[in-house]
Design a binder for this molecule. Structure first.
Ligand SMILES: [Zn+2]
Length: 485
């Protein structure tokens, strides 16, 4: 079903008179720049480009940037928007992951994918790695993928081996999950040129010691498909505040590689950073969720010191908004606060880390993490035309510093100035409006949200004591042990 008025990219489109922030060092920034797009691909970036027969887009007053790449989001959690905003990690695990997850029907996976994809596009996020850890049944997977396809967003839909309670699971055991992924991956993601591609999230690491063989097989299967791999790692301490050493665990399994992105990583040892740098592993920081839920401040300096590629993500839209401006800004300012600490309130010069770096995390850093660095992440001829135009001559941004456009993008812009969005040359937002059936997407999401809240309330709801939350978690742990293969 086509959500957009026109599914086809114009054969030739010419964006005129933008301030181009290419995020490509060989091109740099161009005041009054043009971008020529042919068959969905950027064919030229420069000044005064002429192209006969091209559909013009007047970008006067706009800053052109590459579409943002979000490397960590759970679209299905959008069913409970703002419900989790006062929750810490234990509330989230007991209420969202163990209870609410089982209340989503296949059509709810569709609704959250469709609305979530459109929400991302509206904010200029043209690519999202969707860590779909609520695949209760094959139908849930089918509908989640269909929702993404109908939204028009570029997505890496990540099949997750995370398990729900067996009474509500459509999979008998880990073997059946592996068999499903093998079939689904072949059936759904073999066609070339699809915007929605496959990723894999192995079982959550707390369960690895009891699931060794299936974890290794899930990595093998991902690599068979060439699918990028994402895992939550080192997000909380164990025992008496000890770092969990989950990189050591992965390394011990022999599974590190440049197709792997580790998410959160707030409690990572120095020796682990060293290994990640050597193995070319990526990280995804999701600062807003991490700050809220006790997952520590993003260790950006430690990651940079060993050359680990940094990307960022929105994570939980039930916590926070679905744009990357907020996440870039949070990550940057937290890091500046850490760098300022040794000065202890004294006057000093420069922040130690610039906005251009934060813009890189939200664009090229993300593209590298999802393995699409040759296709997206910068405005470079030969790459797909995922382009965002930010309205910079309006009341919110007028007078901006042409000498530092990255600063304007990172610290002044927001979803409110996302004027135009193109995904592989196709215009999906124009003049500040999505070219999609937004009303239908909102109506479906509203129905889903009501259904999930009603069902969850029937099953004990979200207002639980710490002991009761632990009770829910231990029944989930027992279920995972029972299914380990
Ligand atoms: Zn997550």
């Amino acid at each position: 079903m086509a959500e957009f008025i026109s599914k086809e990219a114009r054969v030739k489109t010419l964006i005129k008179h933008a301030f181009v922030v290419s995020v490509d060092p060989s091109i740099g920034d161009i005041d009054g720049g043009d971008i020529l797009i042919e068959n969905g691909v950027i064919s030229a970036v420069g000044i005064s480009i002429e192209a006969e027969g091209a559909e013009p887009i007047d970008a006067t007053g706009c800053i052109a940037i590459p579409g943002f790449v979000d490397t960590h989001r759970h679209f299905w959690e959008g069913a409970l928007r703002s419900s989790t905003a006062d929750w810490a990690l234990l509330d989230f695990a007991g209420n969202m992951l163990v209870l609410a997850s089982t209340c989503l029907r296949p059509q709810d996976m569709y609704a959250t994918s469709l609305q979530g994809g459109l929400e991302a596009l509206n904010a200029g996020v043209t690519t999202v790695a969707d860590y779909c850890h609520n695949v209760i049944s094959p139908e849930h997977a089918e509908q989640a993928v269909q929702g993404l396809r109908d939204s028009g967003v570029r997505a890496i839909w990540c099949y997750s081996f995370n398990q729900t309670l067996p009474a509500r699971s459509g999979f008998a055991d880990m073997q059946s999950r592996l068999a499903f992924l093998e079939d689904f991956g072949t059936r759904q993601f073999s066609a070339p040129g699809e915007l929605v591609t496959l990723g894999v999230c192995p079982e959550e690491m707390a369960y690895w010691p009891t699931s060794r063989d299936s974890v290794v097989k899930s990595f093998e299967l991902a690599r068979h498909f060439g699918a990028p791999i994402f895992v939550h790692a080192n997000g909380y301490t164990v025992g008496d505040g000890e770092y969990p050493g989950e990189v050591e665990l992965i390394d011990g399994f022999g599974l590190l590689g440049p197709d792997l992105t580790l998410v959160h990583m707030g409690y990572t040892k120095e020796s682990e950073w060293q290994r990640l740098g050597e193995a070319g592993v990526n990280v995804s920081f999701t600062p807003e969720t991490e700050l809220q839920m006790g997952m520590n401040m993003p260790p950006i300096t430690a990651a940079k010191a060993t050359g680990v590629n940094i990307s960022i993500g929105v994570d939980i839209t039930a916590n926070n908004s679905g744009d990357l401006f907020t996440q870039m800004r949070m990550a940057l300012q937290i890091e500046r606060a850490k760098l300022a600490a040794p000065h202890a309130g004294a006057l000093y010069s420069r922040t130690g880390i610039d906005c251009a770096e934060a813009l890189y995390w939200g664009t090229m850093g993300g593209a590298r993490a999802v393995g699409l660095q040759d296709r997206i992440g910068s405005l470079t001829p030969g790459k797909d035309a995922d382009v965002v135009l930010l309205r910079a001559d309006g009341i919110a941004m007028v007078g901006w510093d042409r000498g530092n456009p990255s600063a304007t993008v990172v610290q002044q812009a927001g979803t409110h100035v996302v004027d135009t969005v193109l995904v592989r040359g196709r215009v999906v937002k124009r003049d500040g409006r999505l070219l999609a059936d937004e009303r239908r997407a909102c109506a479906l999401l509203e129905q889903t949200s009501r259904h999930v809240r009603t069902e969850a309330a029937k099953q004990g709801g979200f207002d639980l004591s710490t002991e009761e939350l632990y009770g829910r978690l231990s029944s989930r742990m027992a279920a995972a042990d029972g299914q380990a293969a």
